[in-house]
Design a protein around this ligand. Structure first.
Ligand code: HEC
Ligand code: HEC
Ligand code: HEC
Ligand code: HEC
Ligand code: HEC
Ligand code: HEC
Ligand code: HEC
Ligand code: HEC
Ligand code: HEC
Length: 419
């Protein structure tokens, strides 16, 4: 890349960074907020006294839709004194249940939500969840209400990175309660799900690779309908994303065993919050933790699967090395790389496929990987041999050249001696 576009973009960034921080910008947007919230021409008393809420509210999604303080709190917005301002019907600090009603006035009404393409089922969904049970039927002060997960004034849509319900922030929103040992202790629930999840394959995918396809707490539990997935259903939850694995899993004996409640589906080998890949060399140990009998079909199969996967992995590595050697020998590697990619595809099918416990299918894929890798290795060996032949051919050439120089030197001395 040349330097010109870089300087241009640097200048642009500087210019943009300067804009919002200027004092006049702040002034203006404050005035704009008052105007925006004031009904045409009249004063809007609430925001004159409640400056902090004015700012907080103006940053949220509702301010842009003409929604104002008294839509949720009631009171008289035309008044500039407290008593008349808070005139009935006035809701000061709503209770958790009142909050559901306030938000639900709009959000449970499909007609009001349709223009924005929003579902109108949050309150209904909450009724089905463990949270809703506490909130609606037990009047429990620990139950989360709408504003525990969405803030009360700075409410933003999930796709806004500053929102409490953006994928990167959901964990923090949930663990605000779920890491509170005193609170969770009274329900005999463990804490620490966030920390375990954070260091799992999923947490690392999301927080370190910014892979937004990785699940957050709500992908497995639901957001408004948060419930733990039952052991008989959990394989379906995981299969929503790991579709190929799910297919293979249900094709083998473990699928039906999960449905029958004999084993906790995917969790048996991958756990729920600390989801990890089973290391290849640990497969046998995982299987024999349930199938203890050394001579059983399952135990034999465990050894087969582990061997097949390890061999395929070894083949993939040796093919990679061979391609490297081809390059060193100055040979074209395009063809070998092309074939290596086909082998990689087969190799990547083995991981999901082994969930069916169909050893023959696995052998088939393994054979294809090994054929390609043997082929590429062969090519590299031939290239290496030819390189040696080349080097050997050079030996007589050098010998002749050195001999000629030596002869010439002798001849020179001879002529000097004669003179
Ligand atoms: C003259 C200033 C003034 C006006 C106008 C005013 N308030 Fe207040 N409001 C206050 C003060 C001061 C408090 C602090 C709590 C108290 O003493 O009741 C308060 C408290 C509140 C509370 C919290 C209630 C509680 O129980 O703690 C809410 C909600 C509220 N106001 C909303 C509004 C709304 C909505 C409007 C406009 C319809 C409004 N206020 C108009 C001054 C005002
Ligand atoms: C979408 C509904 C909604 C709107 C609009 C709204 N509020 Fe609130 N407000 C709430 C809820 C719910 C609470 C209860 C606090 C909580 O759950 O965190 C609350 C709490 C308050 C409180 C007392 C609690 C505190 O944090 O000090 C004040 C004061 C207040 N609101 C003022 C305002 C003002 C001023 C506006 C307009 C700029 C406004 N609210 C607009 C829903 C709303
Ligand atoms: C007066 C009606 C009204 C009330 C009351 C109301 N909302 Fe909204 N809300 C809306 C409208 C309209 C939108 C759509 C705004 C948009 O998309 O620009 C919205 C948007 C949202 C969004 C963003 C959705 C998205 O994906 O874009 C959230 C989250 C939200 N509201 C939560 C709440 C919560 C929580 C409460 C109660 C504290 C509440 N709302 C109270 C009307 C309301
Ligand atoms: C336990 C936390 C929690 C509670 C309680 C909660 N929400 Fe949500 N809400 C979320 C999460 C997380 C999302 C993001 C969902 C997603 O990205 O799929 C969300 C999304 C939304 C949306 C946007 C929906 C969309 O499809 O874009 C609205 C609107 C909303 N919630 C309103 C509410 C209302 C109203 C209540 C109270 C009845 C409520 N929420 C209670 C966590 C919660
Ligand atoms: C305001 C506090 C609070 C917040 C925020 C909260 N929870 Fe909870 N949650 C609870 C409480 C309290 C329980 C205990 C309910 C019970 O066991 O009866 C619970 C229970 C649960 C359960 C059921 C566990 C079981 O086995 O009984 C799940 C699952 C859950 N929460 C997931 C979530 C997720 C996901 C989020 C974030 C989107 C979240 N919670 C946010 C307070 C909260
Ligand atoms: C919302 C989609 C989604 C759900 C639901 C989901 N996963 Fe994942 N999973 C992913 C993604 C995406 C990755 C890759 C993350 C990364 O490395 O970037 C992944 C990675 C993994 C890995 C590591 C794979 C590897 O090659 O390193 C395992 C094992 C796994 N998931 C198992 C599970 C299990 C078990 C469940 C159910 C309890 C589950 N997943 C639920 C999307 C999902
Ligand atoms: C990949 C799917 C997945 C993700 C992501 C996930 N959970 Fe879970 N969670 C489960 C499953 C499955 C169970 C049920 C475990 C069982 O039955 O053994 C569970 C159980 C729970 C429980 C019940 C108590 C316990 O630990 O068994 C809570 C609370 C909970 N999860 C909260 C969370 C929170 C908070 C997050 C985000 C930090 C989260 N979960 C992320 C799948 C997931
Ligand atoms: C009996 C133990 C076991 C069960 C049950 C199980 N897995 Fe696996 N899983 C494995 C093993 C072993 C591997 C291969 C590890 C390797 O290649 O290093 C694997 C690999 C994976 C991978 C990575 C696949 C790849 O591309 O290499 C994912 C994703 C995965 N499992 C998800 C799931 C899901 C989802 C379920 C439930 C439907 C599930 N697993 C059930 C043992 C299990
Ligand atoms: C959490 C316990 C658990 C783990 C771990 C587990 N299995 Fe199973 N397996 C079961 C259950 C339960 C059944 C169904 C009941 C039965 O037929 O024994 C089953 C059935 C089987 C069957 C068909 C029945 C039979 O015994 O021939 C085979 C084969 C099998 N498993 C192989 C494996 C292999 C290979 C692994 C490791 C990759 C493994 N299992 C890991 C619990 C487990």
């Amino acid at each position: 890349m040349s330097w010109a576009p870089r300087i241009c973009s640097a200048l642009l960034i500087l210019a943009l960074a300067g804009l919002p921080s200027s004092a006049s910008g702040q002034e203006r947007s404050d005035r704009q907020i008052v105007q925006q919230l004031g009904t045409a021409g009249s004063q809007y008393g609430c925001v004159i006294c409640h400056k902090d809420k004015r700012r907080a509210f103006a940053e949220g999604v509702h301010a842009n839709r003409g929604i104002v303080c008294h839509d949720c709190h009631g009171g008289d917005p035309g008044a500039v004194e407290k008593e008349p301002g808070h005139a009935a019907p006035f809701v000061g600090i709503p209770t958790k249940l009142e909050t559901v009603r306030i938000c639900g006035d709009c959000h449970s009404d499909p007609n009001q939500m349709r223009p924005f393409g929003l579902p109108a089922d949050q309150a209904a969904e909450m009724r089905t969840s463990r949270h809703g049970e506490l909130l609606f039927y037990r009047d429990d002060p620990n139950a989360p209400t709408c504003t525990d997960c969405h803030d009360s004034h700075t409410i933003r849509p999930p796709e806004d990175a500053r929102s409490d319900v953006h994928p990167l922030n959901i964990m923090g929103t949930c663990v605000a309660c779920h890491d509170d040992e005193a609170m969770m202790g009274s329900y005999e629930l463990p804490t620490g799900q966030g920390e375990t999840y954070r260091t799992s394959a999923h947490g690392i995918g999301l927080y370190e690779h910014f892979n937004f396809a990785a699940p957050t707490c709500i992908s497995c539990h639901g957001s408004h309908s948060a419930l733990p997935a039952s052991e008989t259903q959990v394989a379906d939850v995981c299969s929503q994303c790991h579709a190929l694995v799910g297919q293979a899993f249900y094709a083998g004996p473990h699928g039906p065993a999960t449905r029958a409640g004999q084993m906790p589906g995917c969790l048996a080998c991958h756990s729920n919050h600390g989801t990890e890949l089973v290391p290849v060399e640990g497969i046998e140990a995982v299987c024999t933790s349930c199938h203890e009998e050394a001579e059983s079909d399952a135990a034999v199969m465990a050894t087969d699967i582990q061997t097949l996967l390890m061999r395929a992995e070894g083949n993939i590595h040796s093919a990679e090395e061979a391609i490297h050697e081809l390059g060193e020998a100055g040979r074209g590697t395009d063809d070998a790389r092309f074939r290596q990619r086909a082998a990689l595809t087969d190799f990547h099918r083995m991981g999901p496929a082994q969930h069916s416990l169909d050893v023959e299918a696995l052998e088939d894929l393994g054979r294809r990987v090994s054929t390609v890798s043997a082929n590429v290795r062969n090519q590299a060996e031939v290239a290496e041999e030819q390189r040696w032949e080349h080097t050997l051919l050079l030996v007589p050439t050098w010998f002749l050249a050195l001999a000629a120089i030596f002869l010439a030197y002798l001849r020179l001395r001879q002529t000097k001696g004669e003179a």
